[in-house]
Design a protein around this ligand. Sequence first.
Ligand code: NAG
Ligand code: NAG
Ligand code: NAG
Ligand code: NAG
Ligand code: NAG
Length: 641
Amino acid sequence: MVAASRWAAGKAARPRLAAAAALLPAALLALLLLPPPRAAALTLPGMDEEKTITQEDPVVTKLKGMLSELREKVGDNPSDFKSLLEMGTLLARLNELDPDGGKRVPQALAAFRHALDLAHDPQVRSFVAAQMGDLLLAARFHREAVHILNQTVPLAQRSGLGKTDTFARMLLHFAKAQRELGNEGEAQRLFARALKTARKVSPHVYAQAWLGLEEYSEREVKELEDCAEFLRRRREGVDEEHLSDGEMDEWLDLAERWTWLDGELKSKKDQSAVAYALAAAHRQQGRHEEAWQALHDANEVRRTFDLYTRVDEEDNVGQLLRTFQVPKAPEQFENEADAVWAALLQGRWGYRNDSLRPIFVVGLPRSGAALLERILTRHSQVGSIGGQSALPTQLRGLLDLLAVEGELPTANITAAGNRTLARMRRQVGEKDAAKAGARFVLDRMLPNLWNIGFIATSLPDACILHVERHPADQGLSCYEQPFEGKFTRWSFNLSDIAHQVLLMQRVAEHWDALAPRRVLHVRYEDLVREQERVIRLVMDHCGIPWDDSVLKGGPKLHTQRVQRFRGQAHVLEPLLRPLRQLILRYERSAGLLEYSGPLLESLLGPEEEEGRKDDAGSISAGSSSGRERAEAEADGAREEL
Ligand SMILES: *[C@@H]1O[C@H](CO)[C@@H](O)[C@H](O)[C@H]1NC(C)=O
Ligand SMILES: *[C@@H]1O[C@H](CO)[C@@H](O)[C@H](O)[C@H]1NC(C)=O
Ligand SMILES: *[C@@H]1O[C@H](CO)[C@@H](O)[C@H](O)[C@H]1NC(C)=O
Ligand SMILES: *[C@@H]1O[C@H](CO)[C@@H](O)[C@H](O)[C@H]1NC(C)=O
Ligand SMILES: *[C@@H]1O[C@H](CO)[C@@H](O)[C@H](O)[C@H]1NC(C)=O
């Protein structure tokens, strides 16, 4: 028996916990505390991470001041249209600038809804609804966004807004929301319409709509090439004095065609969007070398403003793993504190409630999380809160609790778990009323991979699913993505990607040691090849009763990326060399048909030398015996899949 009141007795083990908070650097705290990636997309380069916790941004302070004034006004006059509209807009802006896990979203929506009821002029109504669409999309309330936009788009068109930036944005958001709901055909139609509307009207939508398209006609590829060429030359600078007359004419022609973009397409994200789209278009045509060039340009543009430091990330992970030390086996307990620590991590003082079981899907992006979510939420008892995780807001508090001197505040740990669950219950209802009473709620904030220690401590009932995928395929897929979140800044450079993959592998292995069998590893390839078997295992792991409805609809299979870029082996080296061992190990244990030993050997040379000079490999496994051990453990943990 373990008595939490005896926590203080085990002095020997105390420093490790007392120091837990001090161990965690501000940057990690910021990471843990910050809300989901989407909402945090506004974080700027060089921004002092500490400020996000302790010091408030002056703009945020000012907006909050304005907000309380508006609240008073609306309190005095609940039908004040202008104040309601301002209030909604302000709340939406605060949700971006000062994310609090989405708490302001329902308030903003209520204000907009009320404003909409008061507006009669179709143009005004369209405008309010467009603002609402923006917010719903940012908050990832896709169903509701589609509902609103479906009514608003025809209204806006009828009221003469058809060729405006507002209208183009509406179409773009409509398309994105449809895509998120899995209505790809409808989404494609809307992306094409957004592109058409945006030409010479909305540079931002123009760039982003290209990115949404899945197929490009010959004419469209030419247009994209032209646009990308203009942006590239603008970026790199044109030395007009040294151009021949012919070159000068050509440049002036090009510049004239795109003057409407110039100056307005300031956003590096939009500039890179055009390059990402061009890469996709060239890939579609089988022009892989040009595709690679465009992809490289796109990522370079992003990397220059979304700075990322490998060393910091590694430090953070080191601190995290030191904080959550693997508990000793019972026969090795030296004192009461060892026993308490083990019980704590088994969730002895966490909160469980039979009416709601949380499911956390964690891992790296492009590993099948969205597919898994889509399949599981077909079940009538499984709802989802998407990436708006309820967990991060509790982390700082939990960390403080672990560092408390004296008696372990067990009731407070229970209360923190209770708060997380209560919030998930509320969020799922807000997102989709039909799932308000769901027994299972899925949270798809992938970086919660960092937070499994906290989940194990506060939510003993939580079902944790770690999505995995062939490392090279996953890494390259990330490189092809125009990610926006602050958790994906490693995705713009192949060496950074390889480093991140190995680092997260290390984190996942740590949790397996800390809480054996707690995490189910779900391979993307298995999910695609043997969907029913894998989904049955997942549902069994989470205790979801079987229902045939989950098997409706088919997955989309992504093909082998490495093979596709084979002609340019040298460019893939920064990704493949550090990942070589992991790739082979992954393929072996997954039983993949596409064993890439020979391919890697032809690209990177014989494996023998690798082991000695491959220092990146040591992040994951260290000595070869350590590697074997890790492999055996990984196999053990995966047996059930
Ligand atoms: C959009 O509205 C039309 C009627 O204007 C309706 O037929 C259609 O089903 C709606 N689509 C969605 C996705 O709500
Ligand atoms: C479980 O959650 C429901 C809904 O919030 C609540 O009514 C009930 O009291 C909770 N049960 C326990 C044991 O806390
Ligand atoms: C635990 O919760 C109680 C009641 O809410 C509170 O008074 C106390 O300060 C909390 N303890 C810690 C260490 O946070
Ligand atoms: C959980 O929180 C609810 C209020 O949200 C409270 O009524 C209930 O007693 C709490 N349960 C536990 C076990 O703390
Ligand atoms: C990745 O970034 C590093 C600098 O941090 C650079 O030296 C390297 O060339 C980049 N790798 C690739 C493949 O672009």
